[in-house]
Structure formats: structure tokens, C-alpha cells
Design a protein around this ligand. Structure first.
Ligand SMILES: NC(=O)c1ccc[n+]([C@@H]2O[C@H](COP(=O)([O-])OP(=O)(O)OC[C@H]3O[C@@H](n4cnc5c(N)ncnc54)[C@H](OP(=O)(O)O)[C@@H]3O)[C@@H](O)[C@H]2O)c1
Length: 208
């Protein structure tokens, strides 16, 4: 499958692209928003598309079979950008995926997005993730939503805990999140599912 990675230049996104590149069945298309970000992907031999979630990004969906949305406005921007990128960017991406016949849409969300009202901090962020998740589930897309705990930059150890609910909050390396998202691309059982994800004891290759 040709897999569009939205947020490809991010810390999780770069790992997603590398993992897809290492599969036999899929090829990545890295969506980045700045010219100077293209070189990194060109050096990897990865196809790129220059597009911004705040502009018209439909061209990124040319002949795309699956999408992994790993973009986010990050912690250094105000709530306005969180709404524009994490919420509306994901919603528009879902609409474009429907319009362009995408077969599987994987959304990187966050633990806590199911119950933003009860959050003690980062409420606007969790509401944005919540709205994007909810919208995606209302579309006709085959979706998978993954809600990780706190992301770390520790090297991944390839062992995770992925379950549909009841997960105790915890951490997980970005590398392991990327491995899980790419692993789910091939999993029919993951379609129409929402998962929570933290580090654990199950090898990524053995989940689902
Ligand atoms: N931090 C946590 O503990 C945590 C926990 C759960 C979930 N998450 C979520 O996980 C996701 C990925 O995290 P991360 O650490 O990889 O974040 P990251 O490194 O900040 O990556 C986010 C990517 O989104 C891109 N982006 C932002 N605005 C864009 C726009 N207008 N158009 C196109 N791309 C845009 C950024 O582009 P540039 O490279 O050009 O800036 C960046 O590459 C985020 O959605 C985050 O909310 C984080």
C-alpha cells in the first residue's frame, strides 16, 4: 500500500516513515510543510509531498491507499493551533481520505481523549483530540485510533501494551509507537477500533 504519513517530519513521524520503508508490503509518502525538510526524506529514498495542513493539502492524497496521521501543533503553540492542526487538520484529512478512496486511516491520538472533561490539565488539547477521534469514527472510513500515554525519546524496546480500554496511564517511547502504527496497517482486526497504548510486555509483532 502507498501510505501517506501526515506529520512525517515529527519525532514519531520520522520513525513511522523509516518503519514503512523497511516493510515489503508498503511504501511511505512523507508529507512535510517546509522545503528544507525534503532533503532528509530524499536521502532515505522516500517520496515526499510538500503540503501544509493549514492550506489546501488534497494533492497529498494522490493514489494513496492508507493514511497515518501523526501531526500535532506541539506544546509550544497556543490553543488556537491545537484546534487548527490536531482537531481541524485531522478532520479535513479524514474528509479528503473519504473523497480519495483511502482504505485505512490510522489516527495518532492521546490517552485521555475519551474523557477530556475530567482532565486536570491540557483540557483544550484533549478536547481537540476527542473531537478529531469522534469525527473519524463518524465517517465511512476504515479507521484505527491509537491513544498512547506520555511519549518519551528513550530507544524503543519493541514491547507494548495495546488494549481497547482500562489501561493504566504510563509512558511509551516514540519508536515503539511508530512500530505499532505501522504494524496495524496490515491488520484487518484493527479496523474500526480505538486502542490505548503504553509500554508493556507484548512484542509488537505479536499484538492482535
Ligand atoms: N507528547 C506526548 O506525550 C504525546 C502523548 C500522546 C500523543 N501525542 C501526540 O503524538 C503526535 C506526534 O507527536 P510527536 O512527538 O511526533 O510530535 P512532533 O515531533 O511535534 O511532530 C508533529 C509534526 O506535525 C507537523 N505539523 C504541525 N503543524 C503542521 C501543519 N500545519 N502542516 C503539516 N504538518 C504539521 C510538524 O511539522 P514541523 O516538523 O514542520 O514542525 C511535526 O512534524 C502529536 O499529535 C501529539 O499530540 C503526544
Amino acid at each position: 500500500m502507498r501510505v501517506l504519513v501526515i506529520g512525517a517530519n515529527g519525532d514519531v513521524g520520522k520513525n513511522i516513515v523509516k518503519n514503512i520503508k523497511n516493510t515489503e508490503d508498503h511504501e511511505p509518502v512523507a508529507m512535510v510543510r517546509k522545503e528544507e525538510q525534503l532533503g532528509y526524506f530524499n536521502d532515505l529514498g522516500v517520496e515526499t509531498v510538500l503540503a501544509d495542513l493549514e492550506g489546501d493539502f488534497e494533492k497529498a492524497f494522490n493514489q494513496i491507499d492508507a493514511v497515518i496521521f501523526a501531526a500535532g501543533s506541539g506544546p509550544d503553540t497556543g490553543p488556537d493551533k491545537t484546534i487548527i492542526i490536531d482537531q481541524e487538520g485531522a478532520i479535513e484529512a479524514a474528509d479528503l481520505a473519504v473523497k480519495n478512496g483511502v482504505k485505512h486511516f490510522i489516527l495518532l491520538s492521546s490517552m485521555g481523549a475519551d474523557q477530556p472533561k475530567g482532565a486536570s490539565k491540557g483540557k483544550h488539547y484533549l478536547y481537540a483530540k476527542h473531537r478529531a477521534d469522534l469525527y473519524l469514527t463518524s465517517t465511512t472510513l476504515n479507521y484505527t485510533i491509537v491513544r498512547p500515554g506520555a511519549l518519551t525519546d528513550e530507544p524503543g524496546n519493541g514491547k507494548v501494551n495495546l488494549q481497547e480500554s482500562g489501561t493504566e496511564f504510563g509512558e511509551i517511547p516514540r519508536e515503539d509507537v511508530a512500530s505499532v502504527l505501522v504494524h496495524l496497517l496490515a491488520k484487518k482486526e484493527a479496523k474500526g477500533k480505538i486502542y490505548e497504548l503504553v509500554s508493556g510486555s507484548t512484542k509488537v509483532a505479536d499484538i492482535l
